[in-house]
Write a protein that binds this ligand. Structure first.
Ligand code: UD1
Length: 367
């Protein structure tokens, strides 16, 4: 029996691996699929809640690395993951996305000569000040197979000289999870719990270092949200990094005091999906939310200078907004007063990406 070991580390990884696990179990009994959780995210609301919502089994390996500087976190994952690889002896390793755990495990596995597969490969923001961009470039450069979600990823890998015969355009496992969980999200009472009705509120998330680590930038964004709250309720599930920075710069109390800004804890997957689906529009600096809102057909303003997911802008409902007060206010007012962009769902975002990936792994990678 061949063994496949998938790595998860941080919140956006769980929904990318869950469909792979389900598909291996249901359709490939000849494969033993195990999950290794690095523990980069350790807060139950950032981790356990996702395992439950996505019906994932407890990980076979938990590395418990926690937070730290980039070098500390990456190094700790490498040291611990090397032990796992030596013990588990997987026939291949799957890494997903662009977090520190992704590059750490790719470096480790590649040097142990274990075939390494990157799911969600080829994405580029072309902004090397983003830690994720370094993780993407480095992971793609040394992994053995690239599985790609959108055409820009194929183009970027070709441009970098990555071998075409090891590049596969398969669609988006994050969307597989969305389709899997949508019926549960329909049953969720989270919107009512917030005292709101569908389409009456704006959903907000912020956690990128470029938006939340600089107190001036963070204060500017909170001012804009305050203005928005005079027209719409704002639901703001708050990432631990953002909460910490708001506390430290004295911005938390004012936001907490505003009754139309609903500051809530980080939500589990199903509840967050329900909040997205029922939002009038979404404002975010996340990567994955750009994709999820595109599939849900909900307008999304992405408060960043770049996006590594351009198909969400060219085909989807996403609009990239330079994160300064003037441009955000203009975009917000346009959404509140003018007809909205109609989007379409990008090619192969059909809920079947994991099936394609598992098929290629069994017939090509492990053949
Ligand atoms: C990480 C990813 C980012 C992803 C995001 C989703 C990297 C470089 N960044 O960013 O790409 O979009 O996850 O959330 O891998 N913290 C907690 N509890 C937790 C996790 C973190 O309190 O469970 C706090 C800690 O104070 C920590 C800080 O959040 O220092 C940042 O965590 P970290 O894992 O370094 O990066 P994220 O900002 O979460």
């Amino acid at each position: 029996m061949k063994k496949v070991l998938s790595v998860v580390g941080a919140r956006p990884n769980f929904m990318k691996v869950a469909p792979l696990h389900r598909t291996f179990v249901a359709q490939h009994p000849e494969i033993e699929h195990q999950i290794c959780h690095t523990g980069q995210h350790y807060d139950p609301r950032m981790s356990d809640a996702f395992f439950n919502d996505l019906d994932m089994p407890a990980p076979a390996y938990f590395l418990g690395v926690g937070s730290g500087s980039h070098a500390e976190q990456t190094a700790r994952v490498m040291v611990e993951f090397e032990k796992v690889c030596l013990e588990a002896k997987p026939d291949c390793v799957i890494v997903v996305g662009d977090v520190n755990s992704t590059i750490a495990c790719t470096l480790t596995a590649a040097k142990l000569h274990i075939p390494t597969i990157h799911v969600e490969a080829g994405l580029r923001s072309f902004d090397r000040t983003m830690p994720e961009e370094i993780n993407r470039i480095a992971t793609d450069a040394i992994c053995d197979y690239c599985f790609v979600t959108e055409q820009s990823g194929m183009d970027n890998l070709a441009h970098d000289g990555y071998p075409a015969e090891r590049t596969f355009f398969v669609g988006n496992t994050m969307i597989d999870s969305l389709m899997y969980a949508l019926p549960k999200a329909e049953q969720s009472g989270v919107v009512q719990e917030c005292g709101l009705t569908p389409k009456s509120y704006v959903l907000m998330t912020l956690h990128r270092p470029s938006n939340v680590d600089d107190p001036q930038q963070l204060a500017m964004l909170l001012d804009v949200f305050e203005e928005l709250s005079s027209q719409r309720d704002v639901v703001f599930p708050i990432h631990p990094r953002t909460r910490k920075n708001m506390e430290q710069s004295g911005l938390l109390a004012r936001t907490e005091a505003n009754p139309r800004i609903h500051l809530i804890e980080p939500q589990g997957y199903v509840r967050f999906l329900a909040l997205m689906k029922n939002a009038d529009f979404v404002m975010t600096d996340s990567g994955g939310i750009q994709e999820e809102t595109t599939v849900l057909g909900v307008p999304c303003l992405t408060l960043r200078t770049t996006t590594e997911r351009p198909v969400t802008v060219s085909l989807g409902t996403n609009i990239l907004i330079q994160p300064n007060g003037k441009e955000i206010r203009e975009a917000m007012n346009a959404l509140l007063t003018q007809p909205r962009k109609k989007g379409t769902v990008p090619p192969l975002w059909d809920g079947k990406a994991a099936e394609r990936i598992c098929e290629i792994i069994t017939t090509t990678v492990l053949a």
